[in-house]
Design a protein. Structure first.
Ligand code: SDX
Length: 431
């Protein structure tokens, strides 16, 4: 625990309470309220946790005002430009960039865990073909606990590590199988001669009838998308994984819970919702109507891909993603993509509008990712599964960190109760 030489004094009526203040290596100080209820008999109130630090962590740091994102201290733009996803996975899991030998060992381990138990194929056939692939992923990833019993004991460090490797390696295979099943094509097995991103593209787009050669530029863009989504501090799905893990649930159940939470359009589902919104807008001349709707308090419509709980400046991932969108669309010869044209005009119009600039609503990671994924040939329903497979390493790194935290307790928030006080039961004849 960090320096507690500073205290906050809370006065309630004639009483005052000293609350320790902890200073981080970066970011705001925190007021330690763990003893508050016991001392003062009051709860704090923070629905949505806008002012609440739920844990200690050393994995990812975000400065929302500067638009800064660090993984173990390394800026995301440097990692996106110079590193690659499996190296970032190693960094998130173990805290340091690997030596060449350690990286090769890690990549070999992941590569040799990419197949799933053959009997798990049966799960897919129980779903409707038109099931959303996120529904399939929640089910099949959770079902991993029914097959990999030798890596479910959370008290065994080696089992925790094997479960981490299995999840990073197998979730892309499950996502690709969910896609293949949804389009009625046969599953494509992983290949050990391909790197992580190329293997995922091959499992999604190869067919038995002919050879599929992965374009290295698309593989690089796919890898960059994985890297940009790898971890993001204590977001809703990561907090879900931590809360599930605090009860001692097995890693596969915890990651399935994270996938379920990510699915929502306010979170990881925003990339699908954003592309559907851009297509509904259709062309730049319709933008003013949608900007007006987004500003109208009586209209639930929001600009998907805009705004963020933490970033009150540009999301640094969106900046990198925008560059990638230009590269990929140029490569594919679709630089005149009407959706991209609408996206760029919408970004320009929104940023020029005081409503968005005053509320600090800038494009987030989901604004451009869908454009790249669609250009690559993915249907919108696959956008969030791709976010989920990318974020699996972040979830599992935070899961491991929490299990190693001596302060860890089961998460159990309280409430501000506004319901009925005690009253007696009324027999039905008297109601
Ligand atoms: C992700 O937490 C993470 O780190 C998440 C993530 C990760 O990597 O894990 O970064 C991934 O989830 C990115 C966000 C993707 N979601 C979207 O793009 C959906 C659209 N965005 C909004 O739903 C919203 O901006 C949130 C959910 C992202 C953030 O919401 P907050 O922080 O709770 O902010 P808020 O809802 O309180 O909004 C503040 C004000 C409100 O107006 P007032 O009530 O103050 O007048 O801004 C307005 C909102 O109405 N507002 C928007 C808006 N987002 C917020 N108005 C129009 N369009 C929007 N997109």
């Amino acid at each position: 625990m960090s320096d507690t030489s500073k205290n906050a004094t809370l006065r309630i009526g004639d009483s005052s309470y000293e609350l320790p203040i902890h200073s981080p290596t970066a970011g705001p100080d925190v007021i330690d309220i763990r003893k508050l209820y016991g001392q003062a008999g009051v709860f704090t109130y923070d629905p949505g946790f806008t002012s609440t630090a739920a844990c200690d962590s050393t994995i990812t740091f975000i400065d929302g005002d500067k638009g800064e994102l660090l993984h173990r201290g390394y800026p995301i733009d440097q990692l996106a430009a110079k590193s690659h996803y499996l190296e970032v996975c190693y960094l998130l899991l173990y805290g340091e960039l690997p030596s060449a030998a350690k990286l090769e060992e890690f990549e070999t381990t992941i590569t040799h865990h990419t197949m799933i138990h053959e009997q798990m194929h049966n799960f897919f056939r129980g779903f409707r073909r038109d099931a959303h692939p996120m529904a399939t992923m929640v089910g099949v990833v959770g079902a991993m606990a029914a097959f990999y019993h030798d890596s479910t004991d959370i008290n065994d460090p080696r089992q925790r590590e094997v479960a981490s490797h299995r999840l990073i390696a197998k979730v892309p295979t499950i996502a690709a199988m969910a896609y293949k099943y949804s389009i009625g094509q046969p599953f494509v097995y992983p290949r050990n001669d391909l790197d992580y991103a190329a293997n995922f593209l091959h499992m999604c787009f190869a067919v038995p009838a002919e050879e599929y050669v992965v374009d290295p530029i698309l593989a690089r863009a796919m890898d960059r998308i994985f890297t940009l989504h790898a971890d993001h501090e204590q977001n809703a799905s990561t907090s879900t994984v931590r809360l599930a893990s605090s009860s001692g649930a097995n890693p596969f159940a915890c990651i399935a819970a994270g996938i379920a939470c990510l699915w929502g359009p306010a979170h990881g589902g925003a990339n699908q919702a954003c592309l559907e919104m851009l297509k509904e807008i259709g062309s730049p001349e319709n933008i003013p109507e949608y900007i007006a709707r987004a500003k109208d308090k009586d209209d639930p419509f929001r600009l998907m891909g805009f705004g963020h709980r933490v970033y009150k400046n540009f999301d640094p991932r969106a900046t990198v993603m925008k560059q990638s969108a230009d590269e990929v669309l140029d490569l594919l010869g679709v630089e005149n993509n009407p959706v991209l044209a609408t996206a760029k005009e919408l970004e320009k119009a929104a940023l020029a509008d005081p409503y968005f600039s005053e509320k600090k609503l800038f494009p987030n990671v989901d604004f451009y990712s869908g454009i790249i994924l669609e250009a690559m040939g993915f249907p919108t329903a696959m956008f969030t599964p791709i976010f989920a497979l990318s974020r699996t390493v972040g979830w599992i790194s935070q899961w491991k960190e929490q299990l190693a935290d001596p302060q860890m307790k089961i998460g159990r928030p309280r409430q501000l109760y506004r319901g009925e006080t005690t009253r007696d039961y009324v027999d039905i004849e008297n109601r």
